[in-house]
Design a protein around this ligand. Structure first.
Ligand code: SF4
Length: 236
């Protein structure tokens, strides 16, 4: 079933004081195999996957494999897939890098990163979510100004599905405490100045004191790949 906006607003308010485990339990009970988690295996995703192991371990896991991830990220995905026995699907774009270069030019991420993200992230994700009713995301309010009002539950403007951010009101330090407590694997790039990790072509290390997402699309005014931007804003 698809929730109405009135139901979503009521749940968003109710979930403000709920724990992530309570929200995950509600989501898995409500949506069952029509629920997917979409993760790039950063700290929120790792904690979500660990909690889901105790709640609904067969939940579908989708990760966007643009073909341009860091080797360290691919290693972590392999490790967690086996360690947590994940029901994982690697979502790939319809074109490989050679085909994309042939149609749009080499290094599209430099001369038109919005187009590149649209082709390699947004379109593949929207297709991968067909057949689902709800999805879990690792969005948090402490990640950036644009994300500072992220609701715990909303209706995704791209797909019309229910979008759930169980950790919206958690901070990075709360997640690190959880990861250390349970000794969970994490992306080693986090220890090398990369608090936020995307494609290797568009992510760089930051200096102490820089904002946690400032290494993403640095030297451009782009701050989001597009999957979390409201469709109305993209069209305005
Ligand atoms: S992050 Fe960069 S390389 Fe990856 S899809 Fe977006 S523009 Fe392309």
């Amino acid at each position: 079933m698809r929730a109405t906006s009135t139901q979503i607003d009521a749940l968003a308010s109710q979930f403000e004081s709920a724990s992530p485990q309570e929200i995950l339990r509600w989501a898995t009970d409500t949506y069952g195999n029509k629920l997917a988690i979409v993760t790039s295996f950063q700290i929120t995703g790792i904690v979500t996957l660990h909690m889901l192991q105790r709640i609904a371990p067969q939940t579908s896991v989708l990760t966007l494999d643009t073909g341009l991830l860091f080797p360290e990220t691919y290693n972590l995905i392999d490790t967690l897939e086996h360690q947590l026995n994940l029901n994982l699907k690697r979502v790939k774009p319809s074109q490989n890098l050679q085909q994309q270069a042939h149609e749009y030019g080499r290094q599209l991420w430099i001369h038109d990163p919005d187009k590149c993200c649209h082709l390699r992230k947004t379109i593949p994700l929207n297709h991968a979510l067909e057949g689902y009713t709800a999805w879990l995301t690792g969005l948090r309010r402490d990640q950036s100004e644009k994300r500072s009002t992220t609701p715990i539950i909303s209706i995704d403007s791209h797909t019309g599905l229910t979008k759930i951010a169980p950790f919206a009101n958690w901070t990075a330090s709360m997640l690190w405490m959880y990861i250390k407590t349970y000794n969970l694997p994490y992306n080693v790039l986090h220890d090398r100045g990369y608090p936020s990790i995307g494609c290797r072509t568009c992510t760089q290390a930051i200096k102490d004191g820089d904002h946690m997402r400032s290494g993403r699309w640095a030297r451009t005014n782009k701050t989001e790949c597009g999957i979390h931007i409201d469709v109305a804003m993209l069209q305005s």
